[in-house]
Design a binder for this molecule. Structure first.
Ligand SMILES: [Cu+2]
Length: 176
C-alpha cells in the first residue's frame, strides 16, 4: 500500500473514533423501589450537539398525572431510592427545569415531570443542554434517574415531589 492509502485509512479511523466518542449513548433501566412494585421503564440517553437527549418510557406507575423526574447524584437505588442522594447539581443552582430555565436556574438533571396516563404508562422526551454522559463538568453516567411519587411543582429546593417510587442507574452502552 502506498503512503496516501495508509494516510486515508488512518484518517478514516481517526474520524470514526471521534464520531464514536461524540455519539456516546447510555441507558437507565427503571425499576420500582418497593419490593412488590410493578414499575418498570427505560431511559435512553444520547450525546448530541449541545447536550444530552433523553427519551424515557415507563409503565406500571400509579397514579395517573405528573411525576417528578430527575437525575440524582449517586448511582444507587437502595433504601427506597434514598441512596441516590440529592439532585445532581454541580453548578450549585436553584431547582427548575433545565431545558426551559437554563443552567443558572436549574439543576443539571432537572427534567421536570413525566406525564402518566390512566393505564400507568408515560413517556418523556427531553434535552439537557450542556450535560454529557462522561467528560466535562456535568456528566451523568453512573448517577441515578429518579421517578417520584408526586409532581414536581418547581418549588425549592427540589420540587416537593415526595418519595422515590422508581430508580435506575445510568450506564454507557456500546454503539449500535
Ligand atoms: Cu428528584
Amino acid at each position: 500500500m502506498n503512503t496516501m492509502g495508509k494516510i486515508s485509512i488512518l484518517t478514516a479511523l481517526v474520524v470514526s473514533f471521534a464520531a464514536a466518542a461524540f455519539a456516546a449513548q447510555g441507558i437507565a433501566e427503571i425499576k420500582g423501589t418497593a419490593p412488590d412494585s410493578p414499575i418498570t421503564g427505560t431511559v435512553k440517553f444520547q450525546e448530541v450537539d449541545g447536550g444530552l437527549k433523553v427519551e424515557a418510557q415507563v409503565q406500571g406507575v400509579p397514579p395517573a398525572g405528573k411525576h417528578g423526574f430527575h437525575i440524582h447524584e449517586f448511582g444507587a437505588c437502595t433504601n427506597q431510592g434514598k441512596d441516590a442522594g440529592g439532585h445532581y447539581n454541580p453548578m450549585g443552582s436553584p431547582h427548575g427545569m433545565l431545558e426551559h430555565d437554563g443552567a443558572d436556574k436549574a439543576h443539571a438533571g432537572d427534567l421536570g415531570n413525566i406525564e402518566i396516563k390512566d393505564d400507568g404508562t408515560g413517556t418523556l422526551s427531553g434535552m439537557l443542554p450542556g450535560v454529557t454522559l462522561s467528560g466535562g463538568d456535568e456528566a451523568v453516567a453512573g448517577r441515578a434517574v429518579i421517578l417520584h411519587e408526586k409532581a414536581d411543582d418547581f418549588g425549592q429546593p427540589t420540587g416537593n415531589a415526595g418519595g422515590r417510587i422508581g430508580c435506575g442507574v445510568i450506564v454507557i452502552t456500546p454503539d449500535e
